[in-house]
Design a protein around this ligand. Sequence first.
Ligand code: SF4
Length: 329
Amino acid sequence: MLSGIQPTGELHIGNYLGAVRTWRQQIEEGTEETMFCIVDAHAITVPYEPKELRRNIDAFAIDLIACGLDPEKTTLFVQSDVREHTELAWYLASVTPMGDLHRMTQFKDKGEGKDFVSTGLFTYPVLMSADILLYKAQIVPVGEDQVQHLELARETARRFNHRFHGEGGVDIMVEPRPRLSSTPRIMGLDGTSKMSKSKGNTIGLFEEPKPFWDKLKKAYTDPLRLKLSDPGRPEVCNIYTMHKAISADETILEVAHKCTTAAWGCVACKQVLFDNFQKELIPLRTKRAQLDIEKVRQALGDGASKARRIAASTMTEVRTAMGLGSLAT
Ligand code: SF4
């Protein structure tokens, strides 16, 4: 199983509830070999500051390990430390029709209205296909917004296998299967779009309690609930979605009841959510405070070495099948 996260901005509560917490559970279950990649080469497809990117890579690695992505139990690495990602992306571009990339909705969303749209943003899904196919990953956990990209990776694997063959005619690429997140989509604090660093509608997972609460208490709720006496509609409220992701079952029932009967106001409801977040975050904060950046970088280096061994083996197959290089073996 392989997944990746882009080191942009900071790790936020949407990342945690929608992905990272599930990754930790999968590592703890130990039923699958897992790989997690900090996808820095994806982060450069939009304008960025190099020094900030470097800082973010360290920060994401620390935060992910604090969240339970223990490098002793999983392979955690940085994408650009394994050069084969970008090499394979170029080769896969040769079997990816431009029409498929034009259909990608994320490109349209991210590129719309911008003065500068990089070619990298357009070919981003090809690099994502390479990230997955390089390791012959069988399962890729995805949110709804990534399903289209994963379908492209599957299609790319089929196209590659149709055109090129390994020794004895075997398929080289493995078609990855999506594993849809069971957590409903967490919207941003504005309640109108996905929680996303680029939209500035997030709460950092490791923000101090006061700024965390200051942001949460202003978060958008049911727009028709104007007065305390108005019954609310939990099913349209992002705060309720977060309760469902983090609160105990009896609390979720209590939230639904007190909301629909106007037994409490939104601030009280958010206070309970805030307390539950803090309870969950205490052990993560403790772990994070104990992490040493040099040891974290060492762990990333070890992770990259392990990833490189798998990547090198796939690339030997790929180059040979495609007839590339003077010493293709
Ligand atoms: Fe949302 Fe809670 Fe307010 Fe209901 S009471 S609208 S669930 S914040």
